[in-house]
Design a protein around this ligand. Structure first.
Ligand SMILES: Cc1cc2nc3c(=O)[nH]c(=O)nc-3n(C[C@H](O)[C@H](O)[C@H](O)COP(=O)(O)O)c2cc1C
Length: 403
């Protein structure tokens, strides 16, 4: 057991916030800001957390729950609990184990891992690392040809589901990253980098591992005929040049014959649009408050979207999941399952694979305890009667039903 794995297993790590504190101590400030920060004034980032506090439980007291069933099915996959790992880019910079460590931990916990396009490990290696389902998240970074090649490789490697993220026409302005010198460290001259180097030297364990594993990784799943594997320093510009629009769905559909998930839906209109484009599932998501600041919390718009979808696709939710109680609230309001991003990225930063495993253990124990305290024996039996949400959250749902 390494020093870091011991730390995440210690009684001091009780919840995801404790993993966040450990992560802050383990990685340089710029890496922590990358994980933790949100866009602009971080209103949406805070709203995501506040929304879960605005929903309260209505338990059925004194109901014995001798056994608790956390299993659920998402797009036909049986998962041991209703929590999937969201696509998180550049995990290999957070920890050299990166995407492979996260996928392995997810598989061992009996749940699915969604690999980001901007991964430092090849999609084949990540698939091989996990004993569970692995899905591929698509950005058009690098252009259509690179995306097409990645989809073909993903199919051949056994990825069954494609997740198309629709909220990233440009990258949100994450001001903490700017302040901590992201631009200078990635693309600057030696002299412009210099003021930001002490934060790296202040985390010698992270820096030693980072250098030992070759420094900044390239992106082995974004390969162009002319330039080869995309370099991290070119990724931002490449994303800007190749934003997704709905017109892209037809060629994506032609290339991908499996289920497609649309991630980043925040309105009933876009939910219906996604259905028209053949989505098998939607992720109600504001990218964890990292893209357009000022959009509502995902949980806040979940009832409206569930009502609009009318059971024609599965509805998943992410943004703000920090506790098992949050998972349960989202399911009560109509989500089939949730994705967590930062919750496991903190674990990864704190201790690689063991840290991700710890995140999943914490969330699993939380969900089970919450179900027992609610007097509910199965995640599949959760519904709106177990929670009280602010009345105006449900206005939309009522109106959509009447339409
Ligand atoms: C550090 C970081 C990197 C992310 N990278 C991606 C990505 O490459 N692709 C994507 O679709 N979403 C990405 N996301 C968004 C997550 O998939 C997810 O929507 C978000 O983290 C959910 O909010 P939460 O962090 O509060 O759980 C990223 C999120 C974080 C925190």
């Amino acid at each position: 057991m390494t020093r870091n794995s011991r730390a995440v297993a210690s009684p001091r790590v009780v919840n995801i916030d404790d993993l966040r504190s450990l992560a802050r101590r383990r990685v340089p400030r710029i890496v922590f800001s990358y994980i933790d920060g949100g866009a602009e004034r971080e209103f949406t980032l805070r709203e995501n957390l506040r929304a879960f506090e605005a929903v309260t439980f209505r338990p059925r007291q004194a109901v014995a729950v001798p056994s608790c069933d956390l299993r659920t099915r998402v797009l036909g996959f049986e998962l041991s609990m209703p929590v999937l790992l969201a696509p998180v880019g550049y995990c290999r910079v957070i920890h050299p184990g990166g995407e492979m460590a996260a996928a392995k931990a997810a598989g061992a916990a009996g749940t699915a891992y969604i690999l980001s396009t901007v991964s430092g490990h090849s999609l084949e290696d990540v698939k091989a690392a996990s004993a569970g389902p692995v899905w591929y998240q698509l950005y058009l970074t690098g252009g259509r040809a690179a995306a097409e090649a990645a989809m073909q490789r993903a199919r051949a490697a056994g990825y069954s589901v494609l997740v198309v993220t629709i909220d990233s026409t440009v990258i949100g302005s994450r001001e903490r990253e700017v302040r901590d010198g992201m631009e200078q460290l990635l693309r600057g001259s030696f002299w412009s980098q210099l003021p930001f180097v002490p934060q790296l030297l202040g985390r010698p364990w992270w820096l030693g591992r980072f250098l030992l594993h070759g420094g900044l990784p390239s992106m082995p799943n974004i390969v162009s005929a002319e330039k080869g594997e995309l370099k991290v320093r070119d990724a931002h510009t490449a994303i800007k040049r190749a934003a997704f629009s709905w017109e892209d769905m037809s060629w994506i559909r032609e290339l991908w014959d499996g289920p497609i998930v649309i991630k980043g839906v925040l309105s009933a209109d876009d939910a219906r649009r996604a259905l028209d484009h053949g989505a098998a599932a939607l992720v109600v998501s504001n990218h964890g408050g990292r893209q357009l600041d000022g959009v509502p919390a995902s949980l806040r718009v979940l009832p409206e979207i569930v009502a609009a979808v009318k059971g024609q696709a599965e509805v998943l939710l992410d943004s703000g999941i920090r506790r098992g109680a949050d998972v349960v609230k989202a399911i009560c309001l109509g989500a089939r399952a949730v994705l967590c991003g930062r919750a496991y990225a903190y674990g990864l930063a704190a201790a690689g694979e063991s840290g991700v495993t710890r995140t999943l253990e914490i969330l699993r124990a939380d969900v089970e305890r919450t179900l027992r305290l609610l007097g509910c024996a199965s995640v599949n039996a959760l519904d709106q009667s177990y929670v009280k949400a602010p009345a105006n959250w449900l206005d939309f749902a009522v109106r959509t039903h009447i339409e």
